[in-house]
Every structure is written in structure tokens, then in C-alpha cells.
Design a protein. Structure first.
Lengths: 258, 263
């Protein structure tokens, strides 16, 4: 059993009188684990993820990475947002390179190599010198992913990154993301309210209640579906059953206090 | 129906460039023609309202005989100097106003108060403070634009998406780097537009600034001509300001298109 990597220790959060995470949230995430926070919009799961990014601070409790408490944002923890995920005034390549802009530890030559590598990894080499307004929404999200990888992020924090894409692009990107995560051995916290997406991507799903966020259920997807995710898996019975089970769970929690 | 005849009058319809230019020119010509005809037929007294033909003849005459271009350059210099001063002060202060709530809370009431003061009302004070030289003129022009611009800059900064700021921080930018590399760049297109608009306002204060013991500038020219009821010279001076405005604005629009091709 490997030591826990990212730990939420009795974390709670409120904005003034508004309880966002309550009473307290505990979770241990392993290195290289793909964890999906699933729950209704505005449930507080995004706030939990943002606390890992150092963009919010817990009201109570602590988040640690390798035993070190999180204090403010750092390039080891990259964010991918649903919208405004890339800078319109930079070309695709410049956007990806922006991830390394403030890194003094790597030489310009090395930066160039890394840039080429990550552009190729997300399939944007041919679009390197184009501005983001000329590429599709899916490509814009790939820019953001490549930027966080170029920055050297160990943990990818993704806030409904594929929420604005059509079904076909979504599927493509999910497949690519899972592959990249496995190859590059990244730890991912991925926030979504799409059950299908959660099941397809996750090693583990944390199902959240409505606000204030509470963990309703923890589902070990890898134990049920394995680590390899293919399009064929989507049509399998195991996938379908798991999806149905979680959908019921989500529905029950939504109806519970209405 | 193969093609709709014109989209120019459909709500938010498309208008080809050529046609757009044509409409713009035709409308301007129509106004000038109406103005000309109105004085020719005696609907308006040409003495009070000199027709375009007289006005343009006077304009040419003033360029040749009365150093109008020199006066135009003096005025342009004053406007740009005062405006430059406003911009240099408003950008950092405006960004600070919406970046730090305490700065915003402190400045907002003061700015709102001054913003509504009529510039002419401050002419006497300005003379007492700065005398009757260049300083007063620059001060009055600055006064007319700085406080307006400040709030516009603060607004531009406020509209920079939080995501951009957080992207900067999560790739290791320091606050100053975030402000210069991301926030400023993100707000630049709308800032540029606001500068273009406020530069126009700066010109509208020119007369007020240049009637105070001035011996040069378009405001001085207009004010001097008024004294002798020389309406065609007044009109020509006004037209000169309008033309400078028209060309500046069009040039800045082109520059905007060129600078922000990524939009």
C-alpha cells in the first residue's frame, strides 16, 4: 500500500454564513490516481478542488501533499478551467510555452524541446502558430492541458474542462486525457456532474451531496473496470451497470431533500 | 428568393465594407448639401451660419494666411500631452482600484465627486493655482479626462476573467508579473477602445482650456474670431477640430484592428 500523496484532513469551508464544505471532508489520494469529484452544480466540489490549487484556503482543516501543507498556488498544481482556459492574445504555442515562462530552472533550449514535445502530445503541432480563436473548443482545452504539463504540474486540477464541448469532441478528449494521465503518470482531480464522464475517466469517484458538500459515496472504478479505458468499454455491460448504479445514487440524493 | 437585397437595415445585419463606406460618404455629403442649400435659399442666415462652401474656403484661406496648421499642431500637442498624463496616471491607479478593494473603496467617492464637476467651473481656481500659462491649459484638459478614464480603466480591469489571473498564478507568476503579463494584456483591447473615446472628450475641453489668456491653438483662433463676429472663421476652426477628430479616430480604429488581430 503506497503512502497517501494528497490528503484532505478534516477540511471544511464557508464563505461568511454560507457553508460550502461541511461538516468536514477527509480524503486520501494516491500518486497517479485519477479521482473524479461528481456532484450537482454548486455543490462545493469545485471549492475543494480549488483548495488543492491553493486558490482558496480551508476554513478549518488542512490539505497536504507529500506531507507538506498547501500554501498558495504553485506550478506543481495546474488548473484547467471550462472557459477562459487559454489566452486569446497568445498563439497556441505561446500559450503552451506560458506554462514555462516563469521557470528559471530550465534553459531556453530545453524549453523549446519541451514545447515541441507537449504540442505533439496533445496533437497541436500543426496549429502552433494559430491564435486560439481560430481553433475548436476541444483544441482550446488541449492547449490548457499541454500548458499545465509544460509547467511541470504533478497534479492536474480540472474544473468541468469538457463541459462546453459537443459529445463527439468530449469523448475524444476523455480518451486522450486518460492516456496522457497514464503515460505521464499524473495525479488528477477532475470535477464534473456528468456520470458517464466520471465513470469513463476515474480510478475512483467521490459522489458529493448538494451544498454543503459531503461525501455520499466512494466508488473504486478501477476495481470494477480495470485501468485501461477504451471506447469499447463504454458499450460494455460492466460500464453500463456502474453508470446506472451511480445515476440512481445521484438521483436519490437530489430528491432526498426536495 | 436568391438573395436579400440589403441587410443594412435588418437588425444587426451584415453590411459589406464597400457599401458601408458608400453609406458613410453619402450621409456626410447629404448633410453638407442640406446645409449649403439651406443658406443659399435663405432658410438660414449665412452671416450666422456660413455654408460649407464658405467655411471650406475660409479654412483653406486660414491655412495659407493665418497659420492654422500651426495652431492645430499646438492644440494637438496640448491634447496629447494632457491625455498622455491622464493615461499614465489612470492605468496603474485604475488597475489598483479594482485589484485592491481598499483602494477602490477609498478612491471611488472622491473620483465620483470630481467626475461630475464641470471643468469650466474650475477655470478660476486653475488660474489661481497655475497662472495663465501652459500649466493651466494642460491641467484643465487633464481634469476633463483623468477621472473619467480612471473609472473606465478600473472597469476594464474588473472584467479580466478570474481564470486568466489564476492561470498566471498556477504557473508560478508573481503578482507583478500577473498584472503586466496577463491582466494588462487581457484588458488591452477594451482599454484601447476606452482611450480612443476619452481622447475625443479631451478635445471637447480644448476651447475652455484655450480661451484662458492663450495666444495660440484652435481654441484661441475660434475665440478670437468670435470677437469680430467672423462666423466663417469660427466655423472653420470648429470644422478643423472635427476633422482632426475624424482622422484620429479612424486611424486608431485601424490601429486597433491591426494590434488585436487575435480577436
Amino acid at each position: 500500500m503506497p503512502a497517501p500523496y494528497l490528503v484532505f484532513k478534516s477540511v471544511s469551508k464557508n464563505f461568511g454564513a454560507l457553508e460550502v464544505v461541511s461538516p468536514s471532508f477527509d480524503l486520501e489520494v494516491k500518486r497517479r490516481e485519477f479521482v473524479v469529484f461528481l456532484g450537482p452544480s454548486g455543490s462545493g466540489k469545485t471549492t475543494l478542488m480549488r483548495m488543492v490549487g491553493g486558490l482558496e484556503t480551508p476554513t478549518k482543516g488542512q490539505i497536504t501533499i507529500d506531507g507538506q501543507p498547501v500554501e498558495g498556488p504553485d506550478r506543481s498544481r495546474g488548473m484547467v478551467f471550462q472557459s477562459y482556459s487559454s489566452f486569446p492574445w497568445l498563439t497556441v504555442a505561446q500559450n503552451v510555452a506560458f506554462g514555462m515562462k516563469y521557470r528559471l530552472d530550465i534553459s531556453p533550449k530545453k524549453k523549446k524541446e519541451r514545447l515541441a514535445h507537449y504540442l505533439a502530445l496533445v496533437g497541436l503541432t500543426d496549429f502552433a502558430n494559430v491564435y486560439p480563436n481560430k481553433v475548436s473548443g476541444g483544441m482550446r482545452q488541449r492547449i490548457a492541458i499541454a500548458r499545465t504539463l509544460a509547467a511541470g504540474s504533478e497534479i492536474l486540477l480540472m474544473d468541468e474542462p469538457f463541459g462546453a464541448l459537443d459529445a463527439q469532441r468530449r469523448e475524444d478528449l476523455q480518451l486522450q486525457l486518460r492516456l496522457i494521465q497514464q503515460q505521464d503518470a499524473k495525479t488528477v482531480i477532475f470535477v464534473t456532474h456528468d456520470v458517464d464522464e466520471a465513470v469513463f475517466l476515474a480510478d475512483r469517484i467521490i459522489v458529493f451531496s448538494k451544498r454543503p458538500a459531503r461525501m455520499l459515496e466512494e466508488i473504486d472504478v478501477t476495481a470494477l473496470l480495470g485501468t485501461e479505458r477504451t471506447l469499447a468499454l463504454r458499450d460494455s455491460e460492466a460500464f453500463f451497470h456502474l453508470r446506472t448504479k451511480i445515476l440512481r445514487l445521484v438521483r436519490a440524493s437530489a430528491g432526498a431533500d426536495e | 428568393m436568391s438573395e436579400r437585397p440589403s441587410q443594412g437595415l435588418s437588425f444587426r445585419g451584415a453590411l459589406p465594407r464597400g457599401r458601408r463606406l458608400m453609406i458613410a460618404v453619402l450621409a456626410s455629403v447629404a448633410v453638407l448639401a442640406l446645409w449649403e442649400v439651406a443658406t443659399r435659399f435663405g432658410w438660414m442666415n449665412a452671416l450666422f451660419f456660413p455654408p460649407p462652401s464658405t467655411t471650406f474656403a475660409t479654412l483653406v484661406d486660414m491655412i495659407e494666411e493665418k497659420n492654422l496648421l500651426y495652431h492645430a499642431m499646438v492644440s494637438t500637442g496640448r491634447v496629447w500631452l494632457a491625455f498622455g498624463l491622464s493615461v499614465v496616471m489612470a492605468i496603474p491607479l485604475g488597475m489598483a482600484m479594482s485589484s485592491f478593494p481598499a483602494v477602490g473603496a477609498a478612491l471611488e467617492p472622491i473620483v465620483d465627486f470630481i467626475r461630475y464637476l464641470p471643468v469650466p467651473a474650475l477655470v478660476p481656481l486653475s488660474i489661481i493655482w497655475f497662472g495663465v500659462g501652459e500649466e493651466t491649459k494642460i491641467f484643465l484638459l487633464w481634469l476633463g479626462t483623468f477621472f473619467q478614464l480612471l473609472l473606465l480603466v478600473a472597469d476594464d480591469m474588473r472584467r479580466v476573467p478570474q481564470e486568466y489571473i489564476e492561470i498566471a498564478y498556477t504557473v508560478g507568476a508573481r503578482p507583478t508579473q500577473m498584472l503586466s503579463d496577463v491582466a494588462f494584456r487581457a484588458m488591452l483591447p477594451s482599454l484601447f477602445d476606452n482611450l480612443r473615446v476619452t481622447l475625443g472628450w479631451c478635445w471637447t475641453y480644448l476651447i475652455i482650456a484655450e480661451i484662458v489668456a492663450a495666444d495660440s491653438g484652435l481654441g484661441f483662433v475660434i475665440w478670437a474670431a468670435r470677437r469680430y463676429m467672423n462666423t466663417s472663421e469660427v466655423m472653420a476652426g470648429v470644422v478643423a477640430i472635427g476633422l482632426i477628430g475624424l482622422f484620429t479616430d479612424q486611424a486608431l480604429r485601424v490601429l486597433h484592428k491591426f494590434m488585436f488581430r487575435y480577436l
